[in-house]
Structure formats: C-alpha cells, structure tokens
Ligand binder design. Structure first.
Ligand SMILES: Cc1ncc(COP(=O)(O)O)c(C=O)c1O
Length: 314
C-alpha cells in the first residue's frame, strides 16, 4: 500500500493543524469535544480545501498547466482557495461558478476580486455544462489548462483527508467519533477511508449540508482513493454515518446552524460559518443531546473553515 505522502504534492498550507479541547462546549454537552483547526490551514482564510489542493495543484503543475479552472456556487470557499493556490504557484485561475447564491462583491467574491481572479457566472444547475464551458474556454485560450472538479472532490483530492486522518492518529488523542461537514464528499470520504487505515474503531460522521446522494458519493470516493493508494480496504456503507443537516437548502442558513454559529462564538470565541461548519456543528450538538456520546468519550469536530461565507450569507 502507498501512503498519501508518497504522492507528489505542493506545499501550500501549514500542517499539522492543532487539535484543541473545547472546555465550555464539553461542559455544556457533557462529553469531551475537541476541534481540529483546519480553519487554520494557512492559505487564504484557511479551510479544508488546502489539503486537497496540495495534491491537485501538484498534478496540475506536473501536467504543465498554465491555467486552472474550477467551479462551485457563487460563494464557493473551494473556488476562492483554488484561486489563491493558483496565484501562489504562478498559474492563472479562472472560476466558472453557478449563478446561485450571493454573487455580489462580498465574502469570497470580494477575496477573488482582491486576487484579480476571472470569475464567470453560468446560469445552470448542471455541472456538466460548466465542465464543457471550461473545455471551450481552455481550447480558445490555447494554453495548457487543468480542470479541478467542484469541491476538489475526486480521488486525488480525497487523499488530502486520508492524510488528515493519519495526522490525527499521529497527534495522539484517542477519539471515538469524528464529525465533519459534507458538501461535495471528499473531506468525509477521505476521513472515513483514513479512519479505516489509521484510526481503527473511530466512527466518522458526515453532516450533509447539501441534498446530493452522499450514500453513493462517499463510498465511491473512498473506493477510488483506496485504489490510488493500492490499499486493500473493503469499503462498505458500515464504514461511515450520514446525518441530514441541510435544513432549508444548500447555502441557505438553518435555524440550528445559526444557533451553532452563535453558540461557538459566544462561549468559545471561535467562528463557524452558516453554510458548512455551523450546520455541521449543529449536528454534533443534536447528537450529544440525543445521547450519542458518552461522558468519557472524545469527540472530534473537524473545523473545515468557510470564514468567507460569514461575510456574505445572512
Ligand atoms: C468550509 C467548508 N466546509 C466543508 C466543506 C465540505 O467539504 P467537501 O466538499 O469535501 O464535502 C466545504 C466544501 O466546499 C467547505 O467550503
């Protein structure tokens, strides 16, 4: 079996990210809640995508790409961080975003403007239209280009979170549960596969903040990443848990999510976001209240970033 560190990657972030105990949240929920600070990954405003981009941008570089395309919603954190990574590596970022959500010059749109990034909005609900437009634009530019899928969630990007599970194992605290937001699937799939390989006995829970079929997406990405690693891992739906935390819709704040953002700010002085981590943390609070975690168990919440959304989505 190969390890994620055997794959080429470019250094974009600062790792390992710290793990901290949330003393006030732990007292409130009568369990031991820890937070993995992947909001501090060190590029742009930080966030989970930096781990994926270290692998994806290495591949882009190896293939001689001068232009990097990616996509997402109007306030995609992934798109903003891809632009930041491309700028750092001297490549030209072009973002073709769905014309959905807040397109005004706020949040991630503002950050993209600061990086002088080309942003094209497409009025479509189908990513196939967007990938076709990337090819059309790329051919017209006549320069080598590289396409990163929505959320960086392909097998190579998923390796970023397999490696995060290895990092968590190396940090020495034994966890019973790991929770994260699930938006395009790579973070959760990487953690679930990584837990199988490096954290036996840990339950990984994906807090779904969109309505895609994650029961199919998660094991597919786990299998594809396992194949890249040549790992003998028989993936099944028993390897992870999913919980619907989407509320009124993707990128539309939920009442529980807003309460979670506010709780974390008020008693821990840390900021979640309304689109991903607030809804995901609301899932952790609900599970604790349902009795899912024992008083002596250690529960790890992976803070996947998303600060840009805090300044755009109301
Ligand atoms: C802040 C934040 N958290 C979590 C996620 C979800 O990660 P994934 O797309 O790998 O499921 C995203 C994805 O865009 C994100 O921006």
């Amino acid at each position: 079996m190969k390890a994620p560190r055997d794959f080429e990657r470019v250094s974009l972030g600062i790792f390992p990210t710290p793990i901290q105990r949330l003393d006030n949240i732990s007292a409130l929920l009568n369990t031991n809640v820890f937070i993995k600070r992947d909001d501090l990954t060190g590029l742009g405003l930080g966030g989970n995508k930096v781990r994926k981009l270290e692998f994806l941008m290495a591949d882009a570089k190896k293939r001689g790409a001068r232009v990097v395309f990616t996509t997402g919603g109007a306030q995609s954190n992934h798109a903003m961080l891809t632009a930041a990574a491309a700028r750092r590596l001297g490549m030209r970022p072009i973002l073709i975003l769905k014309k959905r959500g807040v397109t005004a010059c706020r949040g991630n749109q503002l950050l993209e403007r600061l990086m002088d990034t080309e942003v094209v909005f497409m009025d479509t609900d189908d990513y196939a239209d967007i990938y076709a437009e990337m090819d059309r634009m790329g051919e017209a530019l006549g320069e080598p280009y590289y396409k990163i899928p929505c959320g960086g969630s392909n097998a190579l990007g998923t390796l970023g979170y397999v490696d995060c599970a290895r990092e968590i194992a190396d940090q020495g605290i034994r966890f019973s549960h790991i929770l994260c937001a699930e938006g395009s699937g790579g973070t959760m799939a990487g953690l679930a596969l990584g837990a199988k390989l490096f954290l036996p006995g840990v339950r990984v829970h994906g807090m779904m903040v969109d309505t895609d079929p994650f029961d199919e997406i998660t094991p597919r990405l786990m299998r594809e990443a396992a194949a890249l690693l040549e790992a003998d891992a028989a993936v099944s739906s028993d390897d992870f848990d999913l919980r619907d935390q989407c509320g009124p819709g993707y990128a539309i704040p939920s009442k529980e999510g807003r309460e979670a953002v506010s709780l974390m700010a008020r008693i821990e002085g840390l900021f979640l976001d309304p689109v991903y981590t607030g809804k995901a943390f609301a899932g952790l609070v609900a599970m604790a209240r349902e009795g899912a975690f024992g008083p002596d168990e250690n529960v790890l919440f992976v803070h996947t970033g998303g600060a840009g959304g805090l300044f755009a989505v109301e």
